[in-house]
Design a protein around this ligand. Structure first.
Ligand SMILES: C[S@@+](CC[C@H](N)C(=O)[O-])C[C@H]1O[C@@H](n2cnc3c(N)ncnc32)[C@H](O)[C@@H]1O
Length: 225
């Protein structure tokens, strides 16, 4: 396998020296930094927010996220220990201040305490999930009612999926996961990027039932003859 092909495989799961190099490229590539800033602008983060970044990679946008959510709490999850080291070094002042917590883990198997977020976002990570529909559904349950999930895609080197195809697939998956206010934003750049976001309904039937412990189950309506 050519070195460049080996490098591409490391964008999905950076490991060892080549993975470390992939992290440096991700953090420094101009298209990535422009896209990262654009995504964070779209999130309209508020001070005091509780935010989860899935697949933080080298942690290039976390400084911006922490600054915009001053007095909030930012958590990051990534499967790669190599990326954890780069992201932790890059954002050490925020971690020391207790604002940022970086974890190693799989988006498909999140710990139960990762919940009640105002915003969950991921940049160029969704395409690597084996079962994205299930992960998106689970992420929805980890938002507070009214919270937003936002997933961005910009065709990475070595990947065939276009941003238009990604938008269609993401919208279908957000709809299946019962998100509301689903929106698609486009960034015209080389390559272009897309951000699909959706809101967890402010109050669902399940929330109402669980928040009123004495509520009785509603009997089914009689079958119209
Ligand atoms: C292409 S990189 C993008 C990194 C960063 N978001 C950026 O845009 O610079 C994908 C990242 O997602 C992580 N990743 C891939 N699959 C994951 C999963 N199932 N759970 C958590 N992280 C994952 C990889 O380790 C890698 O750091």
């Amino acid at each position: 396998m050519l070195l460049v092909d080996r490098l591409y495989t490391h964008f999905a799961y950076p490991r060892g020296t080549v993975g470390s190099l992939a992290g440096v490229i991700m953090a420094r590539r101009r298209a990535n930094t422009v896209r990262g800033r654009w995504v964070i602008d779209q999130l309209a983060l508020a001070s005091g927010s509780r935010v989860l970044e899935v697949g933080y990679g080298p942690g290039a946008v976390l400084d911006d996220v922490c600054r915009r959510t001053a007095n909030g709490h930012v958590v990051g999850i990534d499967i790669s220990p190599v990326m954890m080291r780069q992201a932790a070094h890059r954002n050490r002042s925020h971690a020391q201040a207790g604002l940022l917590e970086l974890r190693i883990g799989d988006a498909a198997h999140l710990a139960p305490d990762l919940r009640d977020f105002d915003v969950i976002f991921g940049i160029n990570v969704w395409q690597y999930w084996q079962d994205p529909a299930t992960v998106i559904k689970d992420l929805g349950t980890r938002l507070r009612p009214g919270g937003r999930l936002a997933l961005a895609y910009m065709r990475p080197p070595g990947c065939r999926l276009t941003h238009g195809q990604a938008a269609t697939q993401l919208t279908t998956q957000f709809t299946a996961a019962t998100f509301t206010h689903i929106a698609t934003e486009w960034m015209q750049h080389k390559p272009p990027a897309v951000l699909v976001s959706g809101q967890r309904p402010a109050t669902t039937v399940c929330d109402t039932a669980s928040s009123t412990p004495n509520s009785k189950a509603v009997p089914p309506l009689p079958d119209p003859m």
